[in-house]
Ligand binder design. Structure first.
Ligand code: HEC
Length: 130
C-alpha cells in the first residue's frame, strides 16, 4: 500500500496527464481531426453549402446546434457521418434550405445540379469505409 501512495504523487499524476495529452491523436489547441478520418467536403459541395446553408448553419447562424459547418473539422467521424446522412436526406427531400429562406433569397436556392452533387457526396461519404 505504501508503494502505491508513493507512486501516485501529484507530480506523477501530472506527468501521466501530460503524457496522455502528448500522445492523443487530436491536437487540442488547434482542434484538428485525426488526418484521414475526416469526411472531406469537395469544393463544389463546399461552395453550395457555404452559400445556401451557412447563413444559418455556422458559428454566427441561428441553427448551429442542428448543424455547424464552421465546426465541421472539429466533429469526430461518427458525428460527421451522422450529419452527412442528415444533409443528404434534408436536401433530397427539399427540406433544407427552408422554403421561407428560399422565398426571401431566391439567389441562394440550390440548383438541381448542386442538389445532385450534395446527394451524391452524402451517399458516397456515408457508405465509404474508414
Ligand atoms: C434559414 C435558415 C436555414 C438555412 C439557410 C438552412 N437551414 Fe438547416 N436547419 C435550420 C433550422 C432552424 C434547423 C433546426 C430545426 C429543424 O429541424 O427544422 C435546421 C436543421 C437542419 C438539419 C438537421 C435536421 C435534423 O434531422 O435534425 C440539417 C442536416 C440541416 N438543417 C441541413 C441544412 C442544409 C444542408 C442546408 C443548406 C442546403 C440548410 N440546412 C439550410 C435552418 C436553416
Amino acid at each position: 500500500m505504501k508503494k502505491l501512495h508513493l507512486f501516485l504523487t501529484p507530480a506523477s499524476i501530472l506527468m501521466i496527464c501530460a503524457g496522455m495529452i502528448l500522445t492523443s491523436p487530436v491536437t487540442i489547441a488547434q482542434q484538428t481531426v485525426k488526418p484521414g478520418k475526416s469526411i472531406v467536403i469537395p469544393r463544389k459541395v463546399n461552395k453550395a453549402l457555404t452559400a445556401s446553408c451557412m447563413p444559418c448553419h455556422s458559428d454566427s447562424g441561428k441553427a448551429k446546434r442542428a448543424l455547424n459547418l464552421s465546426q465541421w473539422t472539429t466533429y469526430d467521424r461518427a458525428r460527421q457521418l451522422n450529419k452527412v446522412k442528415e444533409i443528404g436526406s434534408e436536401v433530397s427531400r427539399d427540406k433544407m434550405p427552408p422554403a421561407m429562406f428560399v422565398e426571401n433569397n431566391p439567389d441562394l436556392a440550390l440548383t438541381a445540379r448542386q442538389k445532385a452533387l450534395i446527394a451524391k457526396w452524402a451517399k458516397s461519404s456515408a457508405s465509404a469505409r474508414k
